[in-house]
Write a protein that binds this ligand. Structure first.
Ligand code: RNT
Ligand code: ZN
Length: 422
């Protein structure tokens, strides 16, 4: 898009929003504060670098598609993420899983990971001036094959996973310390059962016990934030997931942890947008895993849809941007993976901007005076206001491609880099 065109459209948008009492420059400033944590696992279909041909296995999560160009080495991954960040306005973070360590060809089991396996990531993050977040990996491993990890009745397996997560927290703490921004260590485990279990109780007791053991070590909050991620069901865990919403919400409230809300992890008619104002009354902070489930927790690329807008609106309306950590969680191997990052991150940013451009005070006053026609009419009218002109301007002042211009950049990257990967 031509620069003059973007500037002209922005000037007009600014005037239109000002008439509603919204200052677009302020909205942009607030948007710029939101540092979205990019999930490293979209680049290589959740494979990781434990072995050269590592693939996602089990855990009830699934990648479909075999589009060429996936990252096969740590250098590929870094190259891809650098490309992604160069096409996005604002600053991001990177969210690593434990299987993405720099193992240098050595076989390092999950209960052996150390800071040294992630030091090159920390150095890379320093160079790129970004923060890192972390996730223990409790899937794609023989000790997770029976569907249970932290809640396993097999004491050897349970202990193994406890050790893995203890080490993950230590690594995350070191990331936070060296990078000067707290790292979130997000615990998601696949534990659950395909068919109706009789002993749900025992598994939940075991999970609680494991978490208590894991969190016994206390780290400074300025380095580490602990979060726990709930889920309703997964493929192969249709009848029970041990770490349900009730389980983790209770645990997080009682133990002062963050709770992770992944919008693919609830019944399709349930909305994470509706949960935010409730949960924030009882926990200090949230971690969002922004995703798009199509019929199930399918982890499709995030788009600018009602669900995403609702989530962003509720955070902004609750004035809670400083208490919500935003991360992406999807993996689509059927399209250009770099393109998938840009579509999803831009959609999330656009949703937050859309919410930040809302004349909330005006809408509330209609609501309070019982003028619900006016409230609904304005909500509809706002969908036709020039918010995209504001986003385009945000891209322009950040020197990144505006509007559709990023598409050609990704096509070029595919031609030059991705298509040459073996
Ligand atoms: C799985 C969870 C979890 C994973 C990542 C890879 O259902 O959403 O967050 O997607 O850890
Ligand atoms: Zn998730």
């Amino acid at each position: 898009m031509k620069k003059e065109q973007v500037l002209k459209a922005y000037a007009d948008a600014k005037e239109q929003y000002a008439a509603l009492g919204v200052n677009t420059d302020d909205s942009i400033k607030k948007l710029d504060q939101i540092k979205i944590s990019l999930h490293c696992w979209q680049s290589d279909d959740v494979g990781g670098f434990e072995t050269p041909d590592a693939e996602l296995g089990g855990g009830g999560i699934m990648v479909t598609g075999n589009y060429p160009g996936k990252a096969r080495t740590i250098d590929h991954l870094r190259q891809d993420i650098e490309k992604v960040m160069s096409l996005l306005p604002g600053q991001q973070r990177l969210n690593l899983h434990a299987i993405y360590g720099d193992f240098k060809g050595e076989k390092v089991d999950r209960d052996q990971i150390e800071v040294k396996h992630f030091q090159s990531w920390i150095d890379w993050a320093k160079e790129n001036k970004i923060g890192l977040d972390f996730n223990p990996t409790c899937f794609s491993h023989p000790y997770a094959n029976d569907g249970f990890t932290l809640s396993s009745k097999n004491e050897k397996h349970r202990k193994f996973w406890v050790e893995h997560i203890k080490r993950s927290r230590k690594i995350a703490t070191e990331m936070g310390r060296q990078l000067g921004t707290p790292s979130i260590n997000n615990i998601w485990i696949p534990d659950g059962s395909k068919d109706t279990p009789v002993d749900r109780n025992k598994h939940r007791e075991l999970l609680k016990k494991s978490l208590d053991e894991i969190f016994a070590e206390v780290y400074p909050v300025e380095y580490l934030k602990d979060s726990v991620e709930c889920k309703l069901f997964g493929i192969g865990s249709e009848s029970m997931v041990v770490g349900s919403h009730e389980f983790y919400l209770g645990y997080a409230i009682k133990n002062n942890k963050l709770i992770t809300l992944d919008n693919g992890h609830f019944h399709p008619t349930e909305q994470v947008g509706d949960k935010i104002s409730s949960v924030l009354l009882y926990v200090d902070e949230l971690l969002l895993h922004i995703s798009r489930g199509v019929r199930w927790d399918s982890d499709h690329v995030v788009i600018f849809n009602d669900e995403m807008q609702f989530i962003a609106q509720e955070i902004v309306r609750a004035n809670a941007l400083n208490r919500v950590n935003v991360a992406l969680d999807y993996f689509d191997a059927s399209i250009n993976r770099i393109g998938a990052y840009i579509i999803g991150t831009r959609a999330a940013q656009l949703s937050f901007l859309f919410a930040l451009l809302e004349p909330t005070v005006k809408l509330k006053s209609y609501e309070e005076s019982g003028n619900n026609f006016e409230r609904l009419a304005w909500l509809e009218v706002l969908k036709t206001k020039p918010f995209s002109a504001v986003y385009n301007y945000y891209c322009l002042i950040n020197n990144v491609p505006v509007s559709e211009d990023y598409i050609a950049e990704i096509q070029q990257y595919e031609k030059d880099i991705l298509s040459k990967r073996k």
